[in-house]
Design a protein around this ligand. Structure first.
Ligand SMILES: [Mg+2]
Length: 204
């Protein structure tokens, strides 16, 4: 019997990212992260001179964070419990946009926090890998959960039958990210999302 499938992002859905990344920038690089918009490059500046950084500066900072500070990430409230309950009736795949070299540590950190699920690394839009997963596994129903609106647009295009839940775990970012127009709904906390997801997947 095919089981339903949950395809879930990691950063700012299961694990907090902005808060530990801000600590990393301040402690290691003497930089400040203050979100004026949802743009990492536009929200980071050097403390010493006050100058901003460019988009090209962001990737090495992210690489350094995942290399040295990945163990400072911590779960969003209710995420561990919600996935544990869902995993009794559904398969769970964590689809995360990080380099392949991060996959083992990301999986280890998720397991350490009580989320021992399959981790798939991706670069770029998530519609194609979501479509491939659904084609391969033929789930009875599927839901995609992510904080970034463009991924919902990509999934709507490439896998329109997959239900799309927009969730932003960081309280500061919530105010900066409007509801994704291509998502079916926006729910920012796991306690409210859990019964909704169960309903979508037919887990009663
Ligand atoms: Mg994310």
């Amino acid at each position: 019997m095919p089981r339903p499938l949950v395809i879930c992002d990691c950063d700012e859905v299961l694990l907090h990212f902005a808060e530990p990344f801000r600590d990393y920038l301040g402690s290691v690089h003497d930089m400040e992260l203050n979100f004026g918009s949802f743009s990492l490059a536009g929200s980071i500046r050097r403390r010493a001179c006050g100058s901003g950084i460019t988009q090209a500066d962001v990737e090495p900072l992210l690489d350094g964070f995942f290399e040295d500070w990945i163990d400072r990430q911590f779960p969003a409230t209710g995420a561990v419990e919600a996935l544990a309950e869902l995993s009794r009736g559904a398969d769970i795949v964590i689809l995360t946009n990080v380099k392949d070299m991060v996959r083992t540590r990301r999986g280890a950190e998720l397991t350490r926090h009580g989320m021992p699920y399959e981790v798939m690394c991706n670069r770029g839009p998530k519609g194609p890998p979501v479509a491939a997963l659904v084609a391969e596994r033929q789930p009875s129903a599927a839901i995609f959960i992510d904080d970034l609106p463009p991924h919902h647009g990509s999934v709507a295009t490439h896998a329109p039958d997959v239900h799309r839940l927009h969730m932003v775990a960081d309280p500061e970012l919530r105010a900066l990210i409007p509801p994704a127009p291509d998502a079916n709904t926006r729910i920012d906390d796991w306690a409210s999302a859990l019964p909704y997801i169960r309903g979508v997947l037919g887990l009663v």
